[in-house]
Design a protein around this ligand. Sequence first.
Ligand SMILES: Nc1ncnc2c1ncn2[C@@H]1O[C@H](COP(=O)(O)OP(=O)(O)OP(=O)(O)O)[C@@H](O)[C@H]1O
Length: 825
Amino acid sequence: MKNNADLPKVSVPSSQGVIVRNAIKSYGVGSRRSTVLNGLDMNVKKGTIYGLLGASGCGKTTLLSCIVGRRSFDSGEVLVLGGPPGTPESGIPGPRVGYMPQELALYGEFTIKETLQYFGRIYKLEATFVNSQLEFLSKLLDLPPDHRYVKTLSGGQQRRVSFAVALFHEPELLILDEPTVGVDPLLRRSIWDHLVQQSADHGRTVIITTHYIEEARQADAIGMMRSGRLLAEESPENLLKVYGFDTLEEVFLKLCMKDGIGKTTNAMLNAKSFNETSYTPSRKHHRDGGHDNMAFNYSISQFDVSQVGVERQDHIKNHPRSLAYYNAPTSKSTLPMDGNGIVCLNFSRHGDGSLPAYNSSSFDSFNMKGRINLHSGGESISKSRSVYTINKSNSTCIEDVIHNNEASNKCRSRTFKMSIPSMHRSAALIHKNFMQTFRNIGMFLFVFLLPALQATIFCLAIGQDPTLLKMAIVNDELDSSEGRICNYTADCSYFMFSCRYLRFIDNNTIIQVPYQSLSSAVKATRNGEVWGVVHFGRNFTDEIMVRQSDGSAASNETIIGSRIGVTMDFSNQQISVVLQRRLNEAFKDFTNDILKACDYEPSAGDIPVTFLDPVYGKKDSTYTEFMAPGMILTIVYFIAVALTAGVFISERKEGLLDRSLVAGVKMTEILLAHLVNQFTILLGQTALVFVCMLAVFNIPCEGNLALAVFITLLQGLCGMSFGFLVSSICDSEISAIHLSLGSFYPTLLLSGIIWPIEGMPSSWMRSLSYSLPQTYAIEALRSVFARGWGAELPDVYRGILISTGWIFIMLGLSLIVVRVRKHTG
Ligand SMILES: Nc1ncnc2c1ncn2[C@@H]1O[C@H](COP(=O)(O)OP(=O)(O)OP(=O)(O)O)[C@@H](O)[C@H]1O
C-alpha cells in the first residue's frame, strides 16, 4: 500500500512474535514490595492479534512496558521478534515497533499533522509517505482536521491521534495499551477491522490491552491475566467452546472464580478439552501464513510428557499447549516428533559446572523446521537456567547461555555507554523543542526576559544606600535671646560650630528634624518616628576650642561638652551603618572646611589611617558590585534549573518519553536536544542580563567581558544539568519544585553570594560551601569583574574547570538515574 522505503530493512525475517517466560516483576522495597508479575508466561505468534485482558492493576501495562524494553523483569525472559528488547534482533527500540502507551503521549502544542511529522522525522520517513499516511489514517480513525492542535481535541480524539502515531509508520509489531478507551463503538469496530486487516494482509503482530472484553473476540489469542500471571491463553473460539459460555466475560469470570477459590491448577488444564485443542489462529491466513511461532504450534497433547517430573508438571499445567517441559532428556524418544516447538528442559550442570551436551544427533528423530530452544526450567536463571539453540544446519550445539550472557553483557555495557547521537533524530528533537518553545510566545517572552527582569530588580533594590532617613537634631547651642542663631558663614569664625557641622550632613541620606528637648527626641526615636538623635551641648563651640587648646590636658567636662552625642536606633544594621558613616563623613568635611578657612592644612584633622589608591576595585564600591557576579550566576543557574527540571517529568508523565524511547530515540539525544534548545535561549538571556547589569546599571567589569560571559554560560549549563538530574529523580512537578527550591537557599546562602565565605565560622562550613557547584564560579566571575583577572589565574580557571566538572557529573548522574529507574520500576 504505502511505500515505507526509508524504514530500516530487517535482513533476517524473524519467525517469532513475542515470548515471555517466567516473568517476575516487583515494585517497591522492603515491606512495601509488591509482586506484579508472578511467573508469567506469554506467547504471541507473529502475525496475530493478541488481546491481553485483565482487571485494572493486574499488571498489563507493566508487562507491556517490559516487552517494549522500558522496564525490565526482576527475573524471566522476554523475546521480541526473536531477540531480547534492546538488542538489534528485537527491533526494540526502533521503527519495527509501534507503541501506544496508556498515557496520551502527544505534544499538546502540536497540530495533528505536526505530530505525525515529528514522528516521521524520528523514523526518517519521507514527507510524501507521512502525508499519505496522514490522509489514510485521518479517514480510518475519523480524525479531526489535521491543523487542529492536539490540546484542543477531546479525550477520545486525542487517543485516536495517539493510535495513529503508533500505526502510521507501519511497524511489524504493534503494542497498544488500551487504544479503544473513550472511542465510540462504531469507531472501535473500524479500529479492530484495521488491526485484523494489518495482521491478516501484512503479517503484523498486535498486542492489545482492553477493558472491553468482548471486543477481543476479534483477536487470534487472548491472554486472561490475573494476579500477575495468565489464567488462560487461548483463541476466543476455544475459550467459549471449552467453557460453554456465550461471552468472554463469562469465561473470564469463571476463570477468576476458579483462581480465587484457590484452585491453582491452571484452568486450561482442568478443562480436558484444552489438552486436546491447540490454539490455532482462527483466520485462514494464519494457518497458511507461515509466521512461525513455535509457541503456538503445539498443544500439550502432542507431546510425550511421561518423563516430566512433578515440578515440571506444574509448569506444564501453566503452559498447556505452547510448551513442553522435560526433565533432562537422555533419549530422543522424549522429544516431539515433527514440527517446531519450544522445549523446556529441566537439567543440571555437571559436577564440573559444564552443561550437558546436546546436539542435533540427540534429537535426530525430531524433524526440525526451524530453531528449537531448549530451556531449563530452573527457577534460578543464573545457576541452572539455560537456553540451548540447536542449529540443524551445522548440527552443532550452540550454547545460548553463553550467547545470552554475551548478549546481556553487551546490554549491560550498553547501559552506561553513551551512544553516539543520530543526526536526524537529534534534529527532529531540536526542531520539536523549538516548536514547543515558540508556540506559547507569551510564556516564552516571559521566561526569556525573566533573568533580565530579575537583574533589574536586583540592581534597583539591593545595595543602594538608604535615603531620606529622619534624624532628630537637638541643638542646645541655639539661643536666639543671646544671638546664638545659625549663620551660613564660610569664614574662619569660631561661632556656632553645631550649625556649621549640620551643613555638611548629606541631605539626601538624612532628613534633619529639629527637636526642642533631648527627652522628646529620644521618645520620638523610641516611637520609631526618627532613627536617632544628634545632640549638641549648650557650649559646644566653646568646648571644642578649649579642647583644642588644652590638648591632652582637656578635662572630662570639656570632652563631654565638645562631643556630638548621637543616640541611635541600632535595630536596623544597614541603616545604622549608613547613618554612622554619613555623620562621620560630615564631621570630616566640617573639620576640613574650618581648617581650610583658617589657613591650615585641611587634611590635618584626618585620622592617620589613610587608605591610598586601591590595587583592585574602588574605594567607594557598593554592595551591589560585590553581589553582582553571584547574582548573575544565580539568576542564570536557577532559571536554567527551573526550565529544565520540568522537561523530563512532564514528558515522562505524559508517556512521551516512553514513546520516544521505544521509537528509537536515545536518552543522550533527548538530553542533547534539550541542551541545544535551552542553551540557545540561555545565550539570549545571558546577553540581556549583561546589558542590564553593565550598561544600564553600570556594574563595572574590569576584566575580559567574553570570559565573564563564558563563565556565566557554563553555570547556565550547570543549572540545566542539575535540572535534568532533578527531573530524572522526581516523579512529579511538585517534588521537582521542592527539590529545586530546597537547593536554592542553601546555594544562595553558602556560595558566597550574599556574604564573604571568609565570614563563615568553621572550616567544615567553608568546605561545604566550596563543594557546591556555584562557589568557585562566583569567585572566578568576581575576580574577572572586580580584579580584571584572566583565565590564566587559578581563581578563574578553577571556577571554569569545576563548573565543567559539575556539568559532566550531573549529566552522567541523570543518565544513571534514568537507567536505574528503568530497572527498579
Ligand atoms: N512505578 C510503580 N511503582 C509502584 N507500583 C507500581 C508502579 N507502576 C505500577 N505499579 C503498580 O503495579 C500494579 C500493576 O500496574 P499496571 O499499570 O501494570 O496495571 P494495569 O493492569 O495496566 O492496570 P490498568 O488496566 O488500570 O491500566 C498496580 O497495582 C500499580 O499500582
